[in-house]
Structure formats: C-alpha cells, structure tokens
Design a protein around this ligand. Structure first.
Ligand code: SF4
Length: 241
C-alpha cells in the first residue's frame, strides 16, 4: 500500500476543494483500490457526483441492510440511471438475520442498546468489513457539524480498525453548502429531506426532527446523543499513520 504523510496532506488540502482531495486519492491508490461508501444521503450524492466526474469507473458501494426506506431504494435507481453506472451492493449474511430474527423477532433492536448495536453489526458493520477488505482507502461523506463524535475528524485519516485510509473530503462543509451543491447541479436526493428528515438511515431507526434539533437526533432517538453511532465510523481513526 502507498505510504501517505497524512499530517502534510491535511495541511495541504485544508483550503482546497473536495474534488482535489478525491482526485488525489483516486490517482494515488488507483481507481479499483478506493471506494465511496454511499448511504444515499445528500452528502453522499454530492460525493457521487464529484467522484464519477473525476472517474466514471469509480467504485461506489451501498450496504443494503434490508431495512431502508422505499424512497432510498428509489433514489438508488434514479442515481444509477442518471450516471449510467451500478452501485456495488453488500448485504448481511442471511444466517445472521435468520438467527437473530428467529430468536428475538423483527424489531429486537428497540429492546436495548446492546441489541441495537448487534443489529447494526450484522446488518451494516460485517458487510462493510467485507467491502473494505477489497480496498486501500474509502471515501465518506462525514461532516464535523453532524455529531459530537465527529468533531476532531480530518480530511485524510488512517482507519485503524480496517487498516486502510479514510478520506472525508467534505468534513468541513456546512449542511447549507451541501444543499447549495445539490441545487446548483440539480442532483437527485431523497424526498424525505423535504419532510423534516435530516439524516436518513434504516426506516425503523430514523424519524423526522424539529427545526433547531441536532441533525442526528432523528437517528436512534431513544439513545444517549453523545454515544450513538452505527459502528461504521468507530473503527478508530488517526491523522497519523
Ligand atoms: Fe438495525 Fe436500526 Fe441499525 Fe438498521 S439502523 S442496522 S435497523 S439497528
């Protein structure tokens, strides 16, 4: 794997456009060794647009938990048609789903934080590990202002849990800036955003929020706001490899 000086890169790219960080990492690691993780959020739609304009053969994957909103699947279709490409889709192991749903029922994730995390682990984290084992770096649409757990994240990081690079090209963007890009480029987006949803994950664990509430407060709303993450971004990150 290419050795990167992350500290120097973060200094170099802090005032550059996100496209430049994306172009750099795709060229450095090779287009087949880097992939964008898309949850079909507005952030991921922006990055999809940027990445496919840089290289139409770029890899973009979706973790299909089996519990997404129908509108999320509709947006997948619309996005594939617009760019004439296919998402790589990764699904949970059927044996995991069969075991837990048979034992605990279809909504077991509401019962405790531990069981919620177990559901995220089998539906999201395990499929993610499979795809990340095929790349040297992944691109994510995280933004610092989304959550207290994202305050110290950088553009270029070393993902310790997965032993690959993690690139967050729009980590410093505001939500307003994301919307500006969406509108300026007429990008397709999930219409649930027009109904008060601000961060969209699985249907049973996502709800609309009121103006002024934290963006992530509609996700796992019954849990402590300082601790809730699905596990996808808890691999441990560092700006120094
Ligand atoms: Fe399961 Fe909810 Fe996590 Fe989706 S967000 S994997 S339904 S606990």
């Amino acid at each position: 794997m290419q050795e990167l000086n992350l500290k120097a890169l973060n200094t170099e790219f802090i005032n550059k456009e996100p496209e430049e960080a994306i172009r750099f990492i795709v060229e450095k690691l090779g287009v087949s060794n880097v992939a964008l993780a898309s949850s079909l959020s507005i952030e991921d739609q922006v990055l999809t647009d940027m990445l496919l304009k840089i290289n139409p053969k770029a890899r973009i994957f979706v973790i299909d938990t089996g519990r997404h909103f129908q509108k999320t699947y509709d947006l997948m279709d619309e996005t594939m048609l617009r760019y004439k490409f296919n998402f790589e889709v990764y699904a949970p192991e059927s044996a995991d789903i069969e075991e837990y749903v048979s034992k605990l029922g279809p909504n077991f994730f509401y019962e405790s934080v531990e069981l919620r995390k177990k559901c995220c682990e089998i539906r999201k984290v395990k499929p993610l590990k499979r795809v990340l084992s095929t790349v040297d770096g992944w691109i994510c649409g995280l933004r610092r202002e989304q959550s207290p757990t994202r305050q110290d994240m950088e553009i270029f990081e070393w993902d310790e849990g997965n032993s690959i690079y993690k690139i967050n090209p729009i980590i410093f963007w505001s939500e307003e800036k994301v919307w500006e890009y969406i509108k300026a480029h007429n990008l397709p987006y999930n219409s649930l955003y027009d109904k008060g949803f601000r961060s969209i994950g699985c249907q049973p664990c996502t709800r609309a929020i009121q103006p002024g509430e934290n963006v992530r407060s509609g996700r796992w709303w019954w849990e402590d706001p300082d601790k809730k993450e699905c596990g996808l971004h808890l691999g441990g990150h560092s700006s120094v490899k």
